[in-house]
Design a protein around this ligand. Structure first.
Ligand code: NAP
Length: 309
């Protein structure tokens, strides 16, 4: 492919498309936003269609599609796009199951197009600095604390409480996308998942991992956190206590800030997508999704008080 702008379609026009995808694409010269497909949502100034099938039929020159609907509905759209030989950008989490995304990888390869399983939190500003710090230190333990208010961040999102919506693992997988990038390989040893009695997905999770060298890593996910919101990864090391906070935005060691800069997660995701499209490769790391699957597989189900919006 040449360096001319990639003709892009956006599918599933909702909160994240408006908040992040449209502003990021508008500023990136690698793309020409050509059309959108959504049952209700519309994007001003471009052609809008009701479905992925309709956009593909009407816009044969489209080269790539960003699929931003909830994960339960992403596989069919991705399959349709890949079989039409379009490059595909998957919002996180890349699918509702590990095996369906594995199949998408095979389809991308077979059709000679790129597949990108995007993990926006991996592109938070201090993540690479945390990775470099941990590579230079001896880790003794780590703790992931991801505590936010679901009523504030996910009002009226019913899909998130349905099977395949992941409940508190929808934000929790962001923590895992960072942890799997900066910590050594790790495996879940136990998990307790708190399911509200009226919901099909957990509102909290208490997870224990051990690294391949036997070090303990804990993960506390809570969706009922009011007041300050906490998105931290803390690592105890021989070079001090590392705190990556703000969802990967700030890094401190022994209380001293060593990295703090404005976030640019989605611009970086689109830069990466253009890179892999132009290089003719894919970027699909399923480690965060596998951990979520393992937590549901190994986790004890604990029924807690009903949740109402
Ligand atoms: P959303 O606004 O609830 O949904 C996005 C759009 O998907 C909806 O507007 C809807 O558009 C379409 N959709 C909903 N149900 C569908 C169905 N059954 N079949 C096909 N399309 C359907 O969700 P969101 O917050 O944008 O999140 C979408 C994805 O982005 C999720 O995987 C989420 O984890 C990820 N994400 C969200 C955030 C955030 O802050 N919200 C941040 C990062 C990543 P139409 O009704 O017009 O078809």
């Amino acid at each position: 492919m040449t360096s001319s702008p990639i003709k892009l379609g956006i599918v599933g026009v909702g909160k994240i498309v408006r908040d992040q995808h449209l502003p990021a694409v508008a500023k990136d010269g690698n793309y020409q936003l050509t059309a959108a497909a959504s049952r209700h949502g519309k994007v001003d100034g471009i052609a809008n269609y009701p479905s992925i099938e309709a956009i593909l039929a009407a816009e044969p020159s489209l080269e790539a599609a960003s699929l931003c609907m909830p994960p339960q509905f992403r596989y069919d759209a991705a399959r349709t796009a890949l079989e039409a030989r379009k490059h595909v950008f998957l919002e996180k989490p890349p699918g509702a199951t590990v095996s369906e995304v594995e199949h998408l990888k095979t389809l991308a390869e077979k059709n000679g197009v790129s597949l990108f399983a995007s993990w926006h939190s991996r592109y938070a500003p201090a993540v690479e600095a945390a990775r470099a710090f941990l590579a230079s230190a001896r880790l003794t333990s780590a703790a992931i604390n991801w505590k936010e208010d679901v009523r504030r961040w996910h009002p009226n999102q019913e899909w998130i409480w349905e099977p395949g919506g992941f409940g508190v693992f929808d934000p929790g997988i962001n923590a895992l996308s960072i942890a799997t990038h900066i910590l050594p390989a790790m495996f879940i040893t136990s998990a307790v998942l708190d399911f509200p009695e009226n919901r099909a997905a957990p509102v909290a999770a208490h997870v224990a991992f051990r690294t391949s060298t036997g070090l303990p890593v804990t993960m506390e996910l809570d969706w009922l956190q009011t007041g300050p919101q906490i998105w931290d990864i803390v690592a105890e090391t021989d070079k001090g206590r590392m705190v990556l906070s703000g969802g990967g935005a700030m890094l401190a060691v022994d209380g001293k800030t060593i990295h703090d800069e404005p976030e640019a997660e989605y611009p970086m995701l689109y830069k990466r997508f253009a890179e892999i499209v132009r290089a003719g490769t894919s970027d699909v790391d399923l480690a965060p999704l596998q951990h979520v699957a393992d937590a549901f597989m190994l986790g004890k189900r604990n029924v807690v008080e009903a949740f109402f919006d």
